[in-house]
Design a protein around this ligand. Structure first.
Ligand SMILES: [Zn+2]
Length: 261
């Protein structure tokens, strides 16, 4: 606690003083452009990994970056999503999973949680779609490989859940909303981006100037509720073709997550 209090003091005397104007501006109102949904894990810092300032990201965090389907709970997630879209007019949502996710490890061994952490066990029912999908489609996977695909598939499952919200459904339909699926790798700082739109692109390593790229290739609108991304794809990985071929018409399943490091 001593470290926290020392940090608070340093923030007030150093950072705040040198950014006073920004904070005074923020006091007048917020205009974040991104709803960032990620895990509570202490190793993820949304502002750090995206190099954004206070006021730029509207954030939902919980164990496992989970979004209960519409009507399933009266929890804060739904209210926060509604506020983000309706009151703040946010048009981009990032659902960001991460490597070594404890919640997803728990999902892979639910029985162990029943006694020790019944609330976590209960919460993970909103990721049951991920668990079933893995059981059906990833029979040969185990250990780290299973955990990796579970983390990636869970991001897509939670996007399916997100799409059950009427406001999300409506905005996707009219092309006013983009949903991005990310997985952040703690050990490399890399972000893997799932793109349903770029399935024909051969992934390869090359440096891309993001500003240039976005100017040249505007983020395509979402049609039929496909998820997309405006980030360049640098490396294809995991999520083998079989994954979602039969599970949903929402995604083009011939692509995997791609790296943006
Ligand atoms: Zn996690």
């Amino acid at each position: 606690m001593r470290k926290i209090l020392k940090g608070l003091h340093q923030f007030q005397t150093n950072y705040f003083s040198s950014h006073r104007e920004m904070f005074e501006q923020l006091a007048m109102g917020q205009h974040p452009r991104i709803l960032f949904i990620t895990c509570s894990d202490s190793r993820i810092d949304p502002n750090l990994i995206t190099q954004t300032e206070p006021g730029e990201l509207f954030i939902i965090r919980n164990a496992g970056n989970i979004i209960p389907p519409y009507g399933a709970t009266n929890g804060g997630e739904g209210a926060t999503i509604e506020y983000a879209i309706k009151a703040l007019g946010i048009r981009d949502i990032i659902v960001c999973g991460h490597s070594h996710c404890g919640a997803i490890k728990g999902l892979l061994q639910l029985d162990n949680l029943t006694e020790e952490m019944p609330l976590v066990r209960d919460w993970l029912k909103y990721a049951e779609g991920t668990r079933q999908l893995l059981k059906e489609n990833y029979k040969g996977y185990e250990g780290e490989d299973l955990l990796t695909v579970a983390i990636e598939e869970n991001v897509l499952t939670q996007i399916d859940n997100l799409r059950t919200y009427p406001i999300i459904h409506a905005k996707l339909y009219s092309g006013q909303l983009n949903i991005h699926a990310w997985v952040y790798k703690i050990e490399t700082g890399g972000v893997y981006v799932y793109s349903a739109e770029r399935c024909s692109i051969q992934a390869e390593h090359h440096e891309v100037d993001i500003d240039e790229f976005e100017a040249a290739v505007p983020s395509p609108p979402i049609l039929d509720g496909k998820i997309t991304s405006s980030l360049p794809l640098l490396e294809t990985m995991t999520l083998p073709d079989m994954a979602r071929k039969s599970s949903s018409s929402t995604y083009d399943l011939s692509v995997g997550f791609s790296s943006h490091e």
